[in-house]
Design a protein around this ligand. Sequence first.
Ligand SMILES: Nc1ncnc2c1ncn2[C@@H]1O[C@H](COP(=O)(O)OP(=O)(O)OP(=O)(O)O)[C@@H](O)[C@H]1O
Ligand SMILES: [Mg+2]
Length: 224
Amino acid sequence: MTPAFVSLRSVSKTYRSDRATIGALREVSLEIEKGGFVRLSGPSGSGKTTLLNLVAGLDRPDQGEVFVSGIDVGRLSGSRASKYRAEQIGMVFQSYNLIPQLTALENVLLPMIALGRANQGRARELLDLVGLADRSDHNPSQLSGGEQQRVAVARALANDPALVLADEPTGNLDDQSAQRVMGLLTRLVREHGKTLLLVTHERDLQTAQRSLELRGGVLMAAPE
Ligand SMILES: Nc1ncnc2c1ncn2[C@@H]1O[C@H](COP(=O)(O)OP(=O)(O)OP(=O)(O)O)[C@@H](O)[C@H]1O
Ligand SMILES: [Mg+2]
């Protein structure tokens, strides 16, 4: 059997402060095949963003293993983790994380610059795909929340990543824009063999191959 593209084995993550110990993830195991599309839901504070951060190598598990494409993500050092993200991962952050001083176009170009292959044409094409061709010279402060979210989606796709991690990428969008973004993401899976891990509360997303739910850091199959 070929190993899964994304593999979490008994992963636990605990946040400790003076006042509280929070088990953000408890012995989470998950396998996603290459080209798989997994939808992840769960209440606020259930560990969804924590799980994406571990897969992206932005945080480390306390216990367990995180492997992506054969890479031991939980043990990558800082610069190797950055390289891993630039090469493999497209992440749409829940809070967008756009660089305020840069225009929409520059934000989309940034991941490409990190790999030494800036391509303005591609950046413009991606902004066009999310319906923002006419906003490329705006800074984030000049964009609405939903527009910033769409720039974040375009940026996540800049380096043609094998794995897209999207944290409620349609949370701030009207139906039409949401459908556009979802169409873009699902086409990546269907036509380009990309792997998608999508955090969403939308219930009408039938296209996912698998729906999972986190509850208090415990991963389970989502109820039908
Ligand atoms: N850096 C941190 N330090 C301390 N506690 C944290 C940290 N990050 C997350 N937590 C806690 O871990 C738990 C899981 O947080 P997480 O952000 O993963 O939830 P979530 O499912 O993404 O929630 P939401 O739907 O609100 O985005 C929460 O109880 C949160 O307060
Ligand atoms: Mg979250």
